[in-house]
Design a protein around this ligand. Structure first.
Ligand SMILES: NC(=O)C1=CN([C@@H]2O[C@H](COP(=O)(O)OP(=O)(O)OC[C@H]3O[C@@H](n4cnc5c(N)ncnc54)[C@H](O)[C@@H]3O)[C@@H](O)[C@H]2O)[C@@H](O)CC1
Ligand SMILES: [K+]
Length: 505
């Protein structure tokens, strides 16, 4: 794989080793600090003008995060801002102490109390970066809570102080930043749901970490990649070959729906439509056939015998005639036998919703006899049922990885930041989304979309999953922009998929 500072997501130990490799090769520590902090100061000045934010308070910690803060303070002072400093911990690392001496020489004042910063329009948080290693002590926690209570814009350098760089956990308490400038490389916490309320708007400062230094450190561990258009575009099943026909573009079967949950079947079908899959068949209880035809005239609707309560009673189909099977939306848990039949097929399968709940009843060991790929797409509730032994941890990146290794399936854990892990060690993270998608029906669209892409790119199942999840989130963002976060129902979401696809292409 090729290494890129925009795509690779690191933990604090990797960041420290990369930093170490850069320093060992000759880059002076002070020079890298200067570069990182100058670039951050430039961005700050652009976003927070002197006219609107003439008085700035800077919180200086004991380590190099505090050193960055001092360089930024110096630059803002030289640009005409009125800067007040507060340094709650007396013992500073050497380089930080040197920076402190120089700003004193320039006439900047270290205030004796935090309260002296209360009349500033903006606070810069340079308390702790990725060196934070233990829960905040009571006195520091009190300071952090006080800053949060001011409800001012707070800019965190590298990470909001108090957040664990890897797990995203709040170590006692944490700064609630309105904006965080992440330095050099994305850290894991930026994609942990737990940390998101503390990070505000996030921005990466490119300090020029070369692919060479990244490769040296990262090549031995499975990469965690932040999905972006450049990363995912090469996998798009576009352009289509000039000479093709519908079955060459793949045949997807979706097994879904019940009399009680008919809508889930329609939405899964609309999601598949958004992928451009060549042939789509949808197996539903017989009573739903005409409804499905009216919504998806292009699909082959297969009416299945149904139970007394309107669930699919049996699948009168040769499942191995299809390229991919997607199963779950709107099914109910009434009939585990059809999930057993799906698991027995030797085609790639995607399990969602009630198919996951039935799998949880069987136990994930049931997947071990599968001959082909399995993709599981749980939300947190489903994940807990499938992997109860992993769900005590809130480190979603870590547990998604473990869930994939233990089940042998590709696991997509839904959330504000959706995480995808494959058993061979690939990890993808969807870097942005919208709470507009926290709504019944959006998951059904995703199942169909993954099915549709997987059908067209079976050799790249993790990438098909990541591509679908990325487009799904982008479609939600585009729809919410036009219609607000309240205006993105499942059908609307599906209708925006083409716009997201067009943007990507
Ligand atoms: N890695 C890089 O490429 C760069 C890193 N830089 C900065 O360096 C930072 C990391 O610097 P450091 O390793 O010095 O670490 P930090 O500045 O994050 O903080 C570590 C310091 O805080 C103390 N500490 C940790 N937990 C504490 C707690 N709960 N209560 C009280 N004290 C605690 C430690 O003893 C140490 O002195 C980054 O976050 C970033 O801001 C930049 O200067 C330059 C580029
Ligand atoms: K910080």
């Amino acid at each position: 794989m090729s290494y890129n500072y925009r795509s690779n997501v690191v933990n604090s130990e990797q960041m420290r080793r990369i930093e170490g490799a850069i320093f060992a090769s000759g880059m002076p520590v002070a020079a890298l600090m200067e570069k990182a902090a100058l670039l951050t100061a430039q961005q700050l000045k652009k976003s927070y003008s002197l006219a609107n934010f003439p008085k700035i308070g800077v919180i200086v910690g004991p380590g190099h995060n505090g050193g960055d803060a001092l360089v930024i303070a110096r630059e803002l002072h030289l640009a005409g801002y009125q800067v007040s400093l507060f340094c709650p911990i007396a013992k500073l690392k050497d380089l930080t102490a040197q920076q402190a001496n120089y700003v004193k020489h320039l006439g900047l004042i270290f205030q004796k109390t935090l309260e002296s910063l209360e009349d500033c329009q903006l606070i810069i948080d340079g308390l702790f970066g990725f060196g934070l290693e233990r829960t905040l002590s009571a006195d520091i926690a009190e300071l952090v809570d006080k800053i949060n209570s001011w409800q001012k814009p707070v800019i965190s350098i590298d990470i909001a102080s108090g957040i664990h760089t890897d797990t995203g956990e709040v170590l006692g308490t944490a700064i609630k930043a309105t904006h965080t400038f992440c330095l050099g490389l994305w850290k894991r916490a930026f994609f942990q749901d737990l940390a998101l309320p503390y990070l505000g708007k996030v921005e990466l400062i490119d300090i020029g970490i070369s692919p060479l230094d990244l490769e040296t450190i990262l090549q031995d561990s499975p990469p965690i990649l932040r999905v972006n258009p450049d990363l995912i575009r090469p996998y798009l099943p576009l352009p289509r070959p000039l000479l093709t026909h519908k079955y060459q573009q793949g045949h997807l079967l979706i097994i879904c729906g019940s009399r009680r949950y008919a809508g889930g079947a329609i939405l899964a079908g609309l999601g598949a439509r958004g992928s451009g899959v060549g042939m789509l068949s949808i197996a539903v209880p017989a009573a739903l056939k005409s409804l499905l035809i009216s919504h998806l005239p292009e699909a082959l609707i297969i009416d299945c015998p149904e139970t007394a309560t309107g669930a699919i009673a049996e699948l009168p189909l040769e499942l191995n005639n299809y390229h991919v099977l997607a199963c779950g939306p709107g099914l109910t848990t009434e009939n585990p036998a059809i999930i057993a039949q799906v698991l027995d097929s030797d085609k790639p399968i995607i399990l969602d919703a009630d198919a996951l709940n039935i799998l949880a009843q069987f136990g994930i060991e049931k997947l071990s006899s599968r001959q082909n790929k399995t993709i599981l797409t749980p939300h947190w509730g489903e994940f807990k049922r499938l992997f109860p032994h992993l769900s005590d941890s809130q480190d979603r990146i870590n547990i998604t990885q473990k869930a994939s290794q233990q089940s042998g399936a590709i696991v997509l854990l839904k959330g504000a930041r959706t995480i995808i892990a494959s058993p061979e060690g690939k990890m993808y993270i969807i870097p942005e989304s919208t709470s507009a998608l926290a709504r019944g029906g959006s998951g059904d669209v995703l199942t169909g979309l993954i099915g549709g892409f997987l059908t067209q790119m079976q050799d790249n199942a993790p990438e098909a999953t990541a591509l679908a999840a990325y487009l799904h989130a982008q479609a939600g963002i585009l729809a919410a922009k036009e219609r607000t976060e309240l205006g993105v129902d499942g059908v609307t979401l599906a209708n925006y998929l083409f716009a997201a696809l067009k943007d990507l292409n």
